[in-house]
Design a protein around this ligand. Structure first.
Ligand code: 8YV
Length: 328
């Protein structure tokens, strides 16, 4: 029997492509170009499955053009690039990569929050620019992290992992807002308090955003929300671009409505709002929160395991829509 054909839509670890090649005819994008929707569609002709990342969009029109496509396997935990309803309606399996990136992403979220609060990027630029000529009592002073109030918006796996770092490592007071309240057994060891979004914004010293992106969370943080925050507060986003209104954030930073921000994700990335590039009190990183060697390999392996299972009649480890199983 001929092997099913699959597309690996972005460059990935060669060992992972080799693992897929043991099961499939693999077309891989070793040049790592970002396919336009038309290019992606052309590449999917005759493919039973697809290994994708956050840069590929899977929507109803694409699925309708490729009725032979049975599985789309995302190398990411967030899956706002996949129209899951459209997949459900057509019996297409979608998978993601939860758990394997939780601790690495939490490390980065905490590091970005600390860099933001303690002005690490801003002061490093100052030093490199040769501006450091003397010590001064108020040079790059900022808020403390230890003992401060950590506000977490989106208390899923990564939010809880950040809360653990704050509560257990830095003696922070943890408050959070989430679609639903955690079990008391999860809240208690962290001393985590469930509060309204408004209370979170008003009282957090360091707000960390870790909620999934959807139409409902688009611009969940805009000018009105930023206006509720303390002028001494920081905001860190390691979730998705679009949750924060970047133009409103840049204005709030410029006006010192809040002290500083740390952003790993942007609306329309890899483009970055030009106003964010000119305000000094923001730390900007290019969507690298999950970028440790072991975690990126773990994500790629899990996406590959999902694709292999989906197309060989096994149960994929991390399906988003298991109700479509078994596949045709
Ligand atoms: C990925 C992410 O690096 O998992 C996610 O949701 O945002 C990152 O870990 C990125 O989405 C590439 O697929």
């Amino acid at each position: 029997m001929p092997k099913p054909a699959v597309l690996v839509a972005r460059a990935v670890f060669p060992e992972v492509t080799a693992r897929l090649a043991a099961h499939f005819e693999v077309e891989s994008n070793s040049a790592d170009t970002i396919f336009t929707p038309a290019e992606l569609s052309a590449k999917l002709v005759g493919k039973a499955g697809c290994f994708i990342t956050g840069s590929e969009r899977i929507d109803a029109a694409l699925l309708d053009a490729h009725p032979q496509l049975r599985a789309v396997c995302n190398m990411a935990v967030g899956y706002n690039n996949i129209d899951v309803e459209a997949c459900n309606a057509r019996g297409v399996l979608a998978t993601n990569t939860p758990d394997v990136l939780t601790e690495t992403t939490a490390d980065f979220g905490f590091a970005l929050m600390m860099a933001t609060a303690r002005r690490i990027a801003e002061s490093e630029h100052f030093l490199r620019a040769g501006q450091w000529t003397k010590w001064a009592y108020d040079m790059f002073i900022g808020p403390d992290v230890h003992g401060a109030t950590l506000g977490i918006l989106g208390m899923g796996r990564i939010g809880q992992a950040i809360a653990r770092r704050g509560a257990l490592g830095f003696g922070m007071k943890v408050m959070y807002h989430n679609r639903s309240r955690l079990d008391a057994a999860l809240e208690a060891p962290l001393g985590a308090r469930y509060v309204s979004k408004e209370q979170l914004l008003r009282e957090a010293d360091h707000l960390v955003i870790v909620m999934p992106y959807s139409a409902a969370s688009h611009h969940a943080i805009g000018a009105a929300e930023l206006a509720l925050m303390k002028p001494s507060a920081t905001l860190t986003n390691v979730a998705r671009g679009g949750i924060v209104d970047d133009a409103a954030l840049a204005q709030a930073l410029r006006d010192r409505r809040i002290a500083a921000a740390g952003l790993d994700v942007f609306e329309g990335e890899p483009k970055v709002h030009p106003d964010l590039l000119t305000v000094p009190n923001v730390v900007l990183t290019p969507h690298i929160a999950s970028a440790s060697v072991a975690t990126r390999r773990g994500m790629a392996d899990l996406a590959a395991a999902n694709l292999i299972a989906a197309l060989t009649g096994a149960v994929p480890p991390t399906p988003i829509n298991p109700q479509v199983l078994p596949l045709k």
